[in-house]
Design a protein around this ligand. Structure first.
Ligand SMILES: [Ca+2]
Ligand SMILES: [Ca+2]
Length: 203
């Protein structure tokens, strides 16, 4: 580990990533080369990360959402994403298992990182998601889901919570697994498009 700036991917890290993601050795090495080319110092800063999001959503404002996503991937909270954090992010948003994705979703929604989710935190993330929905698409949303406040209310209702209650991680994961409506309300569908663009970019 550490902040090695050498060209090669260390064996230790490679084994670790092979074990914890579904990427093959070849894929990991290819990603590493791309990463090194785009981030010669081995780190992605928050500003770079927001820039990537901005380039994918030219007609909307993804800054807030990008900031939250960055926080959830910056697992050691040092303000940058190293290669490992970057690969885990890629893995989670593409091929990760449901449980891992939901653990990640929990950390995304637990804005202050205190181990529980409040209704305000749901509202805050949903609001950042709303910033990425175009005005036209917003018009097609159901009446009782067309504002972050209404969505947070609905999620809260599904969990059977009172205004000031909190949701712990296990409860969150169970709830989302058992109720597809909750999943629909808390997730952002766009990443598929983003993934496609990433693929196009790679080719
Ligand atoms: Ca970090
Ligand atoms: Ca919290």
């Amino acid at each position: 580990m550490g902040n090695s700036k050498s060209g090669a991917l260390s064996k230790e890290l490679l084994e670790d990533l092979k074990l914890n993601t579904r990427f093959s050795e070849e894929e990991l090495c290819a990603w590493y080369q791309t990463f090194q080319k785009e981030c010669p110092n081995g780190r992605i800063t928050k500003e770079q990360f927001e820039g990537i999001y901005a380039s994918f959503f030219p007609d909307a404002d993804p800054t807030e959402y990008a900031r939250h996503v960055f926080r959830s991937f910056d697992t050691n909270s040092d303000g940058t994403l190293d290669f490992k954090e970057y690969i885990v992010a890629l893995h989670l948003t593409s091929s990760g298992k449901t449980l891992q994705k939901l653990e990640w979703a929990f950390s995304l929604y637990d804005v202050d990182g205190n181990g529980t989710i409040s209704k305000n935190e749901i509202q805050e993330i949903v609001k950042s998601i709303f910033n990425m929905i175009s005005q036209d698409d917003k018009k097609t949303l159901p009446e009782d889901e067309n504002t972050p406040e209404k969505r947070a209310d609905k999620v809260w209702e599904f969990f059977g919570k009172k205004e000031n209650d909190k949701i712990a991680e296990g409860e969150f994961i169970r709830g989302v697994m058992e109720n597809k409506d909750i999943l629909r309300l808390i997730q952002f569908d766009e990443p598929q498009k983003v993934k496609d663009r990433l693929k196009e970019k790679k080719q």
